[in-house]
Every structure is written in C-alpha cells, then in structure tokens.
Design a protein around this ligand. Structure first.
Ligand SMILES: Nc1ncnc2c1ncn2[C@@H]1O[C@H](COP(=O)(O)OP(=O)(O)O)[C@@H](O)[C@H]1O
Ligand code: SF4
Ligand SMILES: [Mg+2]
Length: 376
C-alpha cells in the first residue's frame, strides 16, 4: 500500500524579502605573468543565483566544498561586488552602493565565520573584540560600552568576568560564542553564518546551534545558514537551497526536501546520510556519484551535474540548461528528469509516513458512523 506522507504547508511569505539575489554572478579572474598580468580564464564561483530570504526565516545553503556557498554569503553581505546581477536588502538595491552609502546598512547585516579562532584577533582581549563594532559605529556611549559587552557575553553564555581574557584562553565552542556576541553587538536584522559549527566537536555543535536558535527568537533575527552537512542545515532551516557548482539546484522546506527531493544531486546528498535502522538502510536506494566535482573554471555544458548524474539522459542534459521549476508549493528544482516521489528513503520520511498513517487511521475511527448499533 502506498502511503501519502503528506506535505507540510509551505511557509507563508508576505511583504518584502530582507535579502534578495537576482541572477547574481561572481567570476574571479585568473591571471598569469608578474608584470603584465594577462587574464587566462575565470572561476565561475557563483553563476546565476536567485534567492529570497524573508524576515524571521532561516534559509540554509548546502553543497559540497567549492560550490560557491561562501562566495554567495559574501555577495549577500556586499563584501564582494557582483560580476552581474542585483543584490537587494530590505527592498533597496544595494548592488552598486558606495562604501559610505553602505555604512548604515552594514550595521543591519553581520557574519559569523567558520573558524572562530582565525576571525578573532589573538592580541586583543575578547571584551575589546566584541566592543569594536560598537566603537566603530558609535551606537553606544563610550561609558556604557563595557556594560553592553558584558551583557552580550551573558546572553551568549559566556562569563562576563572573562572580559579581559584573550581568545586562546577559550575553547572552540566559547570562541564561536564570542564571534556570535560580536555579530550581535549592533543588533543586526540579518546574520549570515558561514559553516559556524563545522570546525567544532560534534558534542559542542548542538550547543552552538541551540544558542543560535534561541537568539533568533530573542532578537528577531533572519539567518542565512551555510553548511556542507545536510542534517545540520535541515535542523536549522525553514527552507534549504542546494547548490552545485555555482548554481542552485533545488529549494524546498527541510521536510519536503527530506521526503521528496526532486534533484538527483539532492537525492545523492540525502542517500549518503547514514541510517541507523538496518531495515530502512536496506530499503534505501543509494545514489553513488561518480567522479569529482568538475572545475568551476570550465563548467560542463547544459546541466552542470550531467557528468555525475545517474539520471542523465543525452543529449538533452548535456545541451540544455535546466531552469528552476515548481514541483509542489515551496519546492523548485532545476532538472529535466526529476526524481520520483519518495525515491530516497530517509529515517525522517519513514517517520513522517508512519505519523501520516496513524493520523489517517485515527481520523477514520472518529468519522466512521456506527452501523452496527444494537437495536431492541
Ligand atoms: N578570492 C577568490 N579568488 C579566486 N577564486 C576564488 C576566490 N574565492 C573563492 N574562489 C573559488 O570559487 C569557488 C567557490 O568557492 P567558495 O565560495 O569558497 O565555495 P564553498 O564555500 O562552497 O566551499 C571555488 O572554486 C574557489 O576556489
Ligand atoms: S537535468 Fe539531467 S543531468 Fe541534470 S540533474 Fe536532471 S537528470 Fe541529472
Ligand atoms: Mg565556504
């Protein structure tokens, strides 16, 4: 019997997105020669990404190393200029804003980096590191900065008495908390977290993820959350965008993505997530990807995934670029031959199926009229 696993309602998005990327591209030139530099090619790091992030939501960005996640993050933050396309923040086109014009907007968007140690100045005490944005933007009077910083330290779970300690005196998880406190100092509306837990021990990862979730509620934050681990992204995100070689292959809510991925690359990522239950594991169809990720200097024609895709059909996949098309509410995928529903068995999909089945049985029990009532 086939079970309808049900689909969670797509998130309701009203109003203006806080972040909007329109067909954004970032190519890095490759040059040769010491004096007369000659351009010999370019890295297509981000190649036509469109994405909207609404106030209060968390959008996850997932994909293998080198697929363009960090570059996308820096384009959102306007730390890189785009090669083509537009970047909007809260409805305003910030693509070509000068540094000066960006200054008030900078306050509203902050970044948390992967390596907390590398992003903290080892020669400065943490109090001073967290206070830097407050001093630069002059958002708090000088005599109140220390109190403000200690308050922030408390909120991220650090001991405010450690104000004068140096980064090396803290553990990895605590250093990431310092990075989070610094990001929060200006009370931003958007935080772009680029692999914020990838460098941490597994035992500490959950604590930092929980902290980010709590802070989102408390400060009404919008997150772009980047990771290469699909399980971490799913845990954190309302919607997940899957990137491959500079492009977005699929966007969906985490549940839909887990239950019914449409893009074969998403399917491959999911099928690699370990399943502890041996019965489910034996049922699951494993999609094994052949070969390495091709070079972004000379990306494959048509669909970029075609040299590794188990579903590829030729010549269409190697000649015609697939566009993002809707599959179900909130889900778009760029594929000419998308996966069937429930092509990948995941623990979560099985649990959702069991839940849906239980709910159907319960509904049937409560709505079926009693036809066998005894009459005298
Ligand atoms: N400043 C740069 N100059 C040249 N190439 C770069 C630069 N930054 C990133 N790249 C290249 O762009 C591609 C995407 O990189 P990145 O955005 O860091 O990917 P990810 O974060 O997904 O690992 C990679 O091939 C990387 O080598
Ligand atoms: S368009 Fe073709 S190659 Fe690309 S993901 Fe779909 S089936 Fe695979
Ligand atoms: Mg990166």
């Amino acid at each position: 019997m086939s079970v309808d696993v049900g689909q969670p309602a797509p998130p309701v998005h009203n109003g203006t997105p806080l972040v909007k990327l329109v067909d954004v591209k970032k190519y890095f030139p490759i040059s040769r020669g010491l004096v007369f530099q000659k351009r010999i090619g370019q890295v297509h790091a981000v190649d036509g990404v469109s994405l909207e992030v609404y106030p209060g939501e968390t959008v996850g960005l997932v994909g293998e190393t080198g697929c363009g996640k960090s570059t996308t993050a820096r384009l959102i933050m306007k730390l890189f200029d785009v090669t083509e396309g537009q970047v909007y923040f809260d409805g305003q086109d910030i693509t070509n804003l000068s540094r000066r014009a960006m200054r008030p907007i900078r306050r509203e968007m902050q970044m948390v980096f992967q390596d907390p140690y590398a992003s903290l100045n080892p020669r400065k005490p943490v109090g001073s590191i967290i206070a830097d944005p407050l001093r630069i933007h002059k958002t708090v009077p000088a005599d109140r900065i220390k109190g403000e910083v200690q308050d922030l330290m408390k909120r991220v779970g650090l001991n405010p008495e450690h104000y004068n300690r140096y980064p090396h005196e803290f553990s990895g998880g605590q250093r990431q908390r310092i990075g989070v406190a610094r990001a929060l100092a200006l009370r931003p509306r958007l935080i772009v977290a680029d692999e914020p837990v990838s460098a941490l021990d597994v035992s500490v990862q959950a604590q930092v993820l929980n902290l980010l979730e709590d802070l989102q509620q408390e400060f009404n934050l919008t997150y772009v959350f980047i990771a290469h681990d699909l399980a971490v992204v799913k845990h954190m995100s309302d919607r997940v965008a899957v990137m491959y070689l500079g492009k977005i292959g699929e966007v969906a809510t985490g549940d839909v993505l887990y239950q019914n991925p449409k893009h074969p690359y998403t399917g491959a990522l999911l099928s690699a997530v370990p399943i502890p239950d041996p019965r489910l594991a034996s049922e699951r169809k494993r999609i094994v990807l052949e070969g390495d990720v091709p070079s972004p200097i000379d990306p494959p024609s048509g669909c970029r995934f075609h040299p590794r895709c188990p579903n590829a059909q030729f010549p269409r996949c190697s000649e015609e670029e697939p566009l993002l098309t809707p599959h179900r509410p909130g889900q778009v995928a760029a594929c000419h031959f998308p996966l069937e529903d429930r092509a990948i068995v995941t623990v979560e999909a099985e649990e959702a199926a069991a839940e849906a089945k239980k709910a159907t049985v319960k509904r049937a029990r409560t709505t079926t009229p009693r036809t066998t009532r005894k009459t005298r």
